[in-house]
Design a protein around this ligand. Structure first.
Ligand SMILES: [Zn+2]
Length: 222
């Protein structure tokens, strides 16, 4: 297995696909959010800094993020590959990531981007509901992701709510930012001939089938 970077707009199903790949190929799913949550629990200078920054609504400095990421990728479970989710987000970060890989003696592997219609994304975002007790995610606009009982979590019976930023206006802003940052990033990886663009409008199963084909060498990227 090789290293995998997932690039996709908000609500395109990146987390779901990452988990499926992680299970099937036994490689860790690494997201920068998880790295930060882990380090926040640590009783260290860097842990305190991250905790303070995030609780005050700030953004962790890029340099710190690079250090934490490199440390994580150095761990044993990453030796046979991993899925990177939420990083890099722009060309500057991609170049830093190249440097990290060089130091680790590793190759880029695959960059998989999920291409999906803006209208469908908007529908998914505005339909998203989250369990206030266990965090499970449902979607009232996607038949296969509906809870069994309206507004109630299948797993724990908790109440479902809509996140503040899961509205159309916030989505359009986030999507605009995504397009601006990601366009050049996709170009960057395309030039390295490791970019695989997958149709993310398909069902979870169909998208996963195509990703598996990429990872098993049955998909042409040019
Ligand atoms: Zn729940």
């Amino acid at each position: 297995m090789k290293n995998i970077i997932f690039i996709a707009p908000p609500a395109a199903g990146k987390g779901t696909q990452s988990n499926l790949v992680s299970e099937k190929y036994h490689i860790p799913h690494i997201s920068t959010g998880d790295i930060l949550r882990e380090v926040m629990k640590e009783d260290s200078e860097i842990g305190e800094y991250v905790l303070e920054t995030i609780s005050s609504g700030g953004l962790v400095k890029d340099d710190i993020m690079y250090t934490l990421l490199e440390k994580r990728l150095h761990e044993k479970d990453c030796q046979n590959g991993y899925i990177l989710d939420g990083f890099p987000r722009n060309v500057e970060q991609a170049k830093k990531y190249d440097e990290i890989l060089k130091r680790l003696g590793q190759e880029l592997g695959y960059v998989i981007s999920l291409e999906i219609d803006e209208k469908l994304l908007a529908k998914r975002i505005t339909g998203r509901r989250v369990c206030e007790d266990c965090g499970a995610i449902y979607n009232i606009n996607v038949p296969s992701e509906l809870p069994e009982i309206e507004s109630t979590c299948d797993l724990c019976g908790g109440n479902l709510y809509q996140r503040n930023d899961d509205n159309l206006e916030s989505f359009q802003n986030r999507y605009q930012v995504y397009l601006e940052k990601t366009g050049p990033l996709l170009e960057y990886y395309k030039n390295k001939h490791i970019l695989y663009q997958i149709d993310g409008n398909l069902s979870i199963e169909e998208v996963f089938k195509r990703i598996a084909m990429v990872l098993e060498g049955y998909y042409d990227n040019d």
